[in-house]
Ligand binder design. Structure first.
Ligand code: DGL
Length: 275
């Protein structure tokens, strides 16, 4: 493996699919000089309906794949892996692994005015109780946690517009208990969900504060790298995109979300080979 404990090494980011792009976008803004390797495990998306054992195998493969590129740190841009496994596995690696739960809980605690916080997540994330537990430790025991299994398949199919009736109906269904519970803040606890922001805004109005779990974690990763003097300086860095599924789908949808042309720029990789 190449030398990875150096500022020149890239940062790895992974998710089951498109969702982690919401975190990558923020990282690129916050740390523009870094190089990034993004991996979307699109052949095995969604992760949120899997059991812990299966997820452990997926996470091990995803991390090993990124490590084969000599990454100096990994952003686990997946609420599901962050919720179900991160605390257990991060001690097994000699590079920082940063997840999305802690910084999202902190941001929600800062944002709420009435102390009532809604949490949306995948079935596995909500089952793990990760966000609710952390909020309780921060003094916010009144959270409403809702599993939203319909959202990731809609997003991976590109149905993210307020004009899409399926997207509107699903968002309406999951917002209802959050608003009925009086929450003034909603944690989008799966990194895919910010891609539905315009639909959520159309349904919930401007008053509900939305916490983007991927976006918040960029600052945490920056601190982790700064502590080890591993921040890269200089010219704008490069990003490589890898997926386990069809590259063409990711080029089309990922390019739309990243606001850039990814045609011919997405590579094929198979995390199964590394698990
Ligand atoms: N984007 C991931 C998350 O934050 C995974 C969603 C899924 O694949 O179900 O939970």
């Amino acid at each position: 493996m190449m030398e990875y404990k150096t500022a020149e090494a890239p940062i790895g980011v992974f998710d089951s699919g498109l969702g982690g792009l919401t975190a990558l976008r923020q990282l690129q803004r916050e740390l523009p000089a870094e190089d990034y390797i993004y991996f979307g495990d699109t052949a095995r998306v969604p992760y949120g309906c899997r059991d812990k054992e299966t997820l452990a195998g997926y996470a091990a493969g995803d991390i090993a794949l990124l490590r084969s590129f000599g990454v100096k740190a990994i952003l686990v841009a997946c609420g599901t892996i962050s919720s179900v496994l991160l605390e257990e596995i991060k001690g097994q690696y000699d590079i920082p692994l940063v997840g999305v739960v802690e910084s999202a809980a902190q941001a929600a605690a800062r944002a709420t005015e009435n102390g009532k916080i809604g949490i949306w997540g995948t079935a596995a994330s909500i089952r793990s109780g990760s966000y609710a537990r952390r909020l309780k430790e921060l003094g916010y025991g009144e959270s409403v946690a809702i599993a939203c299994p319909r959202l990731v398949p809609l997003i991976e199919a590109g149905k993210t517009s307020p004009e899409d009736p399926e997207a509107r109906a699903a968002v309406q269904e999951y917002l209802e208990p959050v608003l009925a519970g009086g929450a003034d803040t909603l944690i989008l606890g799966c990194t895919h969900y910010p891609l539905l922001e315009s639909v959520i805004r159309a349904e919930a109005g401007a008053a509900l504060k939305l916490i983007d779990s991927g976006r918040e974690s960029g600052a945490t990763l920056k601190q982790a790298l700064a502590r080890q003097a591993l921040l890269r300086r200089g010219e704008r860095g490069k990003t490589r995109y890898l997926v386990s599924g069809r590259t063409a789908d990711f080029e089309r949808l990922g390019g739309r979300f990243m606001n850039c042309d990814l045609s011919g720029k997405v590579e094929q990789a198979d995390a199964k080979c590394y698990g």
